[in-house]
Design a protein around this ligand. Structure first.
Ligand SMILES: NC(=O)c1ccc[n+]([C@@H]2O[C@H](COP(=O)([O-])OP(=O)(O)OC[C@H]3O[C@@H](n4cnc5c(N)ncnc54)[C@H](OP(=O)(O)O)[C@@H]3O)[C@@H](O)[C@H]2O)c1
Length: 262
C-alpha cells in the first residue's frame, strides 16, 4: 500500500517510538488517527502535524477502550493499524503480582490481538495492513523480563500464525522487532544496564525510519540491529549458545535488577 493512500491508526502515539512514527508517516502523506491515554500530548502532536489528522484518548487494556478505537477507526475508514502501545517491566519474577502480569498481557498481547481481529474483520472488505510492534525480547528470553518476553513471544507467534492464515487474502500482517531504544519505557536501571553491557541503544527516530521502511516494502518480519538480529536467529536453533552468553553477563544484569527493588 502506498503510504500517501494510507489512513493509519497508531496506538502508543504519545510514546517515543509512536510519536516518531507519526511524524514520519505524516511526512509521507498518510492521514493519522493517534491513540494514547495522554490527551495533552495527543492534542499537541495533532496541532503540530495538521488538522487532517485526529486523535483519540483510550485505554486499550479495557474492552470499552478498544471498542472506542475501532468505532473511530471505522468512521475514519482506516486501512492501516500500527499496534505499537506497550509496557515493560524489568524485575524479578517473584515481584510480579497477578495484577501486573494481567496488565502486561492485556496491553502487550490481548489488545493488539483484539484490535487486529476487529480491524480486519469488522471494518469492511478493503485490503488492510496491520503492523505489530514486538521486540528483540520477543525472540530471546532475557533474565528479569519474564512477563515482557512472554507477551512479545506471544505477539510474534500470533502475528506469524495469522500471516500464514491470511496467505490467500488481500490483508497483510507484519511483525517489527526493535532492540533497546531510548524512550521512557526503559527505567534508569535498564538504561544503566544497557550502557554497562555495551548494548547499543537506538534513537526513536532511527527505529521509526526502519518501521516506515517495512511498511513501504510490506516485509513480513523486520528486526532492528546487529547483533540482536543474529542472536534472535541463533536462539531459535541453538539456544544453548545464548544461554551461555547470557550466563556470562548474569552477575552484571543482577546488579541492576537489585536497583529496582532497593
Ligand atoms: N524502547 C525500547 O527499548 C523498545 C524495544 C523494543 C520494543 N519496544 C516496543 O515499542 C513499543 C513502543 O514503546 P516505546 O519505547 O515508544 O515506549 P513509551 O515511550 O513508553 O510509549 C508507550 C506507549 O504505549 C501507550 N500505552 C501504554 N499503556 C497503554 C494503555 N493501557 N492504553 C493505551 N495506550 C497505552 C502509552 O500511551 P499513554 O502514556 O498516553 O497512555 C505510550 O504512548 C512498545 O510496544 C514496546 O514494547 C520498545
Amino acid at each position: 500500500m502506498k503510504l500517501s493512500d494510507a489512513k493509519v491508526v497508531i496506538t502508543g502515539a504519545t510514546g517515543g517510538i509512536g510519536q516518531s512514527v507519526a511524524y514520519l508517516l505524516a511526512e509521507r502523506g498518510a492521514r493519522l488517527l493517534l491513540v494514547g491515554r495522554n490527551s495533552d500530548k495527543l492534542i499537541s502532536t495533532v496541532q503540530h502535524l495538521g488538522s487532517e489528522h485526529s486523535w483519540l484518548s483510550a485505554d486499550i487494556s479495557s474492552v470499552q477502550g478498544r471498542a472506542d478505537v475501532m468505532l473511530q477507526a471505522k468512521r475514519f475508514e482506516a486501512n492501516m493499524l500500527v499496534n505499537n502501545a506497550g509496557i515493560s517491566e524489568f524485575n524479578e519474577f517473584s515481584q510480579l503480582s497477578d495484577t501486573r502480569l494481567a496488565q502486561a498481557m492485556n496491553i502487550n498481547l490481548l489488545a493488539p490481538m483484539s484490535l487486529t481481529r476487529s480491524f480486519l474483520h469488522e471494518l469492511g472488505d478493503t485490503p488492510k495492513v496491520v503492523l505489530n510492534v514486538g521486540s528483540a525480547l520477543g525472540s530471546i528470553g532475557y533474565p528479569y523480563y519474564a512477563s515482557y518476553c512472554a507477551t512479545k513471544f506471544g505477539l510474534r507467534g500470533f502475528t506469524e500464525a495469522l500471516q500464514r492464515e491470511l496467505t490467500d487474502s488481500r490483508h497483510q500482517v507484519l511483525y517489527f522487532a526493535p532492540r533497546a531504544t531510548d524512550t521512557s519505557i526503559n527505567s534508569d536501571a535498564v538504561k544503566q544496564m544497557n550502557r554497562a553491557l555495551g548494548s547499543k541503544t537506538d534513537t526513536p527516530q532511527e527505529v521509526a525510519h526502519a518501521l516506515v521502511k517495512q511498511l513501504e516494502l510490506g516485509k513480513k518480519r523486520l528486526a532492528v540491529g546487529w547483533p540482536e538480529k543474529l542472536f534472535a536467529r541463533l536462539n531459535g536453533f541453538w539456544p544453548e549458545v545464548v544461554d551461555n552468553a547470557l550466563a556470562k553477563k548474569f552477575t552484571k544484569i543482577q546488579k541492576f535488577v537489585k536497583m529496582v527493588n532497593s
